[in-house]
Design a protein around this ligand. Structure first.
Ligand code: NDP
Length: 240
């Protein structure tokens, strides 16, 4: 059945692949983005998927923008909380702003989007929320106390909200990607990346489409008995 789906951070990288995959599944898809207008315009031109700008870390903006999407396209039944940022640094170099920005966007964004959409899903008796966590939220990562804490928080958030949604036909799951070939990973210095790839048993970075396929299953009618889980898609790097 065709549904209305929102993918936060949907105009680039993993989010872009998720948008395209959900569109191919027949859904009406809306992508959200933070401010890269050039990329958002090119994305919409290429895919035909509308892109709405707002900051997922801004609670009121999530409420207002989701209301706007519902007025434009109908009730939102699928939310993929994919928007994420990094502000890396070892603890002694990390500023409070680096900590706070990452918590606000990566974890706060999940709360804000759930507040805007979960009540409607529950009332209608069907919904799918997929939160994009990270291998670094499962295993930790040097220089990422902010990011690892926020992503680890996503896994707890997912299990708690899954318990609230289960009786109402709303599933809530997480995907923990390993290292995926996107702009975020392109920012990792080459020697560090070589060491990372050497630790991935399948011997390569993942592709965004490989995460999108996981989202397609979790958001499908067939995914109804899977809730509160974390799907690790990481080439065997962390067997959790
Ligand atoms: P990218 O950096 O390629 O893209 C990030 C997207 O998120 C962009 O569309 C960006 O919008 C959007 N975004 C950033 N901040 C906000 C905000 N405050 N409000 C709304 N949108 C925002 O990321 P990836 O595709 O690499 O990663 C996607 C998700 O997967 C993230 O949550 C990331 O943490 C997670 N992940 C990624 C891994 C990887 O190896 N790439 C590994 C594990 C997890 P704009 O273009 O306007 O800036």
């Amino acid at each position: 059945m065709a549904r209305v789906a929102i993918v936060t951070g949907g105009t680039r990288g993993i989010g872009e692949a998720i948008c395209q995959r959900l569109k191919r599944q027949g859904h009406t898809v809306v992508a959200n983005y933070a401010g890269n207008e050039e990329k958002a315009k090119a994305f919409t031109k290429e895919t035909g998927i509308p892109a709405y700008k707002w900051d997922v870390g801004d609670h009121q903006a999530c409420l207002d923008s989701c209301a706007q999407v519902e007025s434009d396209f109908g009730p939102i039944d699928i939310v993929v909380n994919n928007a994420g940022i990094t502000r890396d640094g070892t603890l002694h170099r990390m500023s409070y702003d680096d900590w706070h920005d990452v918590m606000r966007v990566n974890l706060g964004g999940c709360f804000n989007m759930a507040k805007a959409t979960f009540p409607g899903m529950r009332d209608r008796g069907w919904g799918r929320i997929v939160n994009i966590g990270s291998i670094n939220g499962q295993a930790g990562q040097y220089g990422q106390v902010n990011y690892a804490a926020a992503k680890s928080g996503i896994h707890g958030f997912t299990k708690a909200l899954a318990q609230e949604g289960a009786k109402f036909g709303v599933t809530v799951n997480a995907i923990a990607p390993g290292y995926i070939d996107t702009d975020m990973v392109a920012a990792v210095p080459a020697p560090v990346l070589e060491k990372i790839i050497a630790k991935i048993p399948v011997g390569r970075l993942g592709q965004a489409e490989e995460i999108a396929r996981g989202v397609a299953f979790l958001t499908s009618e067939n995914g109804g008995f899977m809730t509160g889980s974390t799907m690790s898609i990481n080439g065997g790097q962390h067997m959790y």
